[in-house]
Design a protein around this ligand. Structure first.
Ligand SMILES: [Zn+2]
Length: 133
């Protein structure tokens, strides 16, 4: 196995595209390997550049959030009946469009809904389009 490349915190910050604070925090938390030994007096911190893609916590959390954006929503504030699938809840869309064609002025989060509460037409359409349920 090749020895990992060791660089200064400044260089690691540039190469990994995160702030130097993130690099220092990652060393403290053991997510990056760092040790003193750089610079003319051997006291500067050196960081082992991680192999492959390395993402800081903030980016990882953001990506998780993106992936977990819910698709199922109630069309009514009473939260009764069926929940429907919304492909995109982007703020640029004035009207949420449910997959089954139902229109709604607004949508209400359906976290914790049961699977049998899902609109069968939305389920079928989502499967047809290969969307994540
Ligand atoms: Zn529906």
């Amino acid at each position: 196995m090749d020895k990992a490349e060791k660089v200064t915190i400044q260089e690691a910050s540039r190469r990994l595209n995160v702030s130097q604070d993130v690099i220092r925090r990652s060393i403290r938390e053991g997510k990056l390997v760092g040790a003193r030994g750089g610079g003319p007096d051997g006291r500067a911190w050196l960081v082992e550049l991680p192999e492959g893609e390395w993402l800081d916590d903030a980016k990882q959390a953001y990506i998780r959030l993106e992936q977990q954006l819910p698709h199922w929503w109630w069309p009514e504030v009473e939260k009764t009946g069926l929940v429907h699938y919304v492909e995109s809840t982007g703020i640029e869309e004035l009207m949420p469009a449910f997959l089954c064609g139902l229109n709604s002025e607004s949508i209400y989060g359906a976290n914790g809904h049961k699977e049998e509460e899902r609109c069968p037409q939305c389920v079928a359409e989502a499967q047809k389009r290969g969307l994540t349920p």
